[in-house]
Each structure stands twice: as C-alpha cells, then as structure tokens.
Design a protein. Structure first.
Length: 343
C-alpha cells in the first residue's frame, strides 16, 4: 500500500523495516541505498495483533528519536517501507497469515503504520523488496529483466521486469523456492515434494551432511559440532569446506547440481538479463558460481544461457532494510514520472 510519496529531495531519508519471526531490523536509508543508521529490536510474534504492531512501532521510534536523529541531521523522513513475511497483499498492505507471525491474520499493517506516522507506507515480502533494492542500487542496476533469489533458511525469489516487481494476479507470484525439481523428493514445508527449498536451503544442506556422517566417515564437521552430528548446521558445512573437508565438499557439490537444474528451469521460463543470488547460503556457495553458470547448458534448452551473468547480491544481512527502503524510493520515482512538476 502506498500513499502519494513525499520522497522528492536529495536530502530525504526513508525508513526500511525488516520484520522477522524473532527480531525487527530497521534503518534510515538515503536515495543512493546507503544505510546511514540502523537498529534491531525484538519482534513480539505471539502476543496478538497489537503486540506485533507495538514491536514495529518500537523499532521505528528508535530511528526517529534518540541516536537516529544524529544520523538524520537536517534530512526529512519521506516514507516507510516494510518487509514482512508472507503471504501478504502488496497492493493493500494487508498481512494475511504468515506462519512465523501468528499475531497477524488479515492485518492491515500498511494502513495502521500510515495512520500513526502520517506518511507513505509500502509493504511487500522480503525477497521482492530485496530484489528491488538490487535493481535500484546493487548488482541488478542497469538491467531490464532480473531474477533474484535469496538462499538461507528458506529460498525466496523475486522477478523484476523493467525495474518493477512482478506480483502476478493476486500478489502471490514469484514463489520460486517452491518450484519442484523432483516429484519424489523430500516434502517441503509448503506440502509439495521436491521443492528446491527442501533440497538446497540451509537446513537441507545440513540434513544431507548429517546423513553422510551417520556412518564412520571422518570429517572436520564432527569436530566443529563437538562430536554431536545432530548439531551440524549449514554454517558448519561451510567452515569445514574452507578447511578442505571432503565430506563438506561433497555436500556442497550436490547442492550445486540441484541449483543448476533449478536455475536452468528459470532460464527456460524467463531468460532474465541477470540472475542475482543473495542470502547466507549464497555466500558459502560463491566459489561455485562459475561452475553453476558453466553447467547451465546441460540443464536447459537455451544454448545462450551462459551469457546470463550469475552474480552475488550487494546487500547481505541488511537486504531487508535496503529492500524496505527501495519500496519507498520506487514509489517516489513513479511519482516524479507521473508528476514532473514535483521537485
């Protein structure tokens, strides 16, 4: 949901808010995508709608008051952009029923925040917003058609055509993490078998590593997990790989194969100008990016697929803050086009 934007001057800042199941990250962001000040506060996800709203207000207030004022200087605050877990309706700013936020069911988040602060408010899911931030300020700048994916605890994706998020008919488009590549594969949290999220996300990588260690295979991962195989995480897999561990390398190479087929499907469906990968697991897989790109011709029918850049995202842990801000600046850009007389 967006009101008429007030983000019109070079010295304006916007508030970017990233809502998670346990924390809220918020920051002041300028028109170049620079986060000039940020803070983190707890998210109250099990205390009813008002409790969740109060947590968001607390995060925003910590920016608009106190230390945030020093970072803000003489700049004005032109809007608030919020990344919230979905499902949600980006047109109305209503959060529908996110599993990680039981406090909100059909909650008009954008309208509530706009009423409190009397400024434009935009709401979208984290992957869409982070993809938009990459298009405005990051690795996707200058490209028309962009595919963005964030690989971490889950896999979220965004599709952007000519700088605009593709939402589909109801706002539910671009759930690329739930594209199945194996109908006999493990059941995903969404209920479908073989989703790429169930195969290549952080928890999936950790699960495969633990399965390989149930025998007597020697691995640095055992030591990093203090001998308890059940404590092996994707982060431990990454650290073990950096130390030359053969089992960790095997796990990551299997992940690379899965991602090749998934991205091959993406290329055949969209043929984007660029593919951008972010998230914690993506940084661990960065040494394999070229291998993924080189393997695409065997995983899709588009024989010019190797011409499509596969690059890491600019924004890492701050992608939600930048994404929220990008939602505001996109509205401002649209307003300046539709109303050229605005300063």
């Amino acid at each position: 949901m967006s009101d008429k934007s007030e983000v019109t001057s070079d010295n304006s800042l916007v508030v970017g808010v990233d809502i998670g199941g346990t924390k809220i990250a918020a920051g002041l962001v300028d028109s170049s995508g620079r986060i000039v000040f940020q803070t983190r506060t707890p998210m109250i996800a099990n205390d009813g709608a008002e409790g969740g709203l109060s947590a968001v207000k607390s995060a925003i207030e910590s920016l608009l008051n106190g230390q945030g004022n020093g970072a803000r200087g003489q700049s004005s605050i032109g809007g608030i952009g919020i990344c919230s877990p979905g499902p949600l309706d980006p047109k109305t700013g209503v959060v529908i029923n996110p599993p990680n936020l039981p406090c909100w069911r059909n909650f008009p988040l954008a309208a509530e925040i706009s009423q409190i602060y009397r400024m434009p408010v935009s709401v979208d899911n984290d992957a869409n917003a982070a993809g938009l931030a990459e298009v405005l300020w990051g690795a996707g700048r200058g490209y028309h058609n962009v595919f963005y994916a964030t690989i971490g605890t889950g896999i979220g994706t965004a599709i952007l055509f000519d700088g605009a998020i593709y939402h589909g008919r109801t706002g539910a488009a671009a759930e690329g993490g739930h594209m199945s590549i194996d109908y006999r594969g493990p059941v995903c949290g969404c209920g479908k078998p073989g989703c790429i999220e169930a195969l290549a996300s952080g928890p999936a990588i950790a699960r495969r590593a633990r399965e390989k260690l149930k025998g007597s295979r020697s691995s640095v991962m055992r030591d990093l997990a203090s001998g308890n195989v059940e404590l092996v995480s994707s982060e431990i897999v990454g650290r073990a790989y950096e130390e030359g561990d053969a089992v960790a390398a095997e796990v990551l190479l299997e992940t690379v194969e899965l991602l090749k087929f998934w991205l091959g499907n993406v290329v055949d469906l969209l043929e984007p100008d660029i593919m951008i990968i972010g998230g914690g697991v993506a940084s661990m897989l960065l040494p394999f990016f070229q291998e993924i790109r080189d393997g695409l011709p065997s995983c899709c029918i588009n024989q010019r697929c190797s011409e499509i850049p596969l690059v890491p995202a600019r924004y890492g842990a701050d992608s939600g803050i930048a994404g929220g801000a990008a939602l505001c600046w996109q509205v401002a850009k649209a307003e300046s086009v539709n109303h050229p007389s605005l300063p």
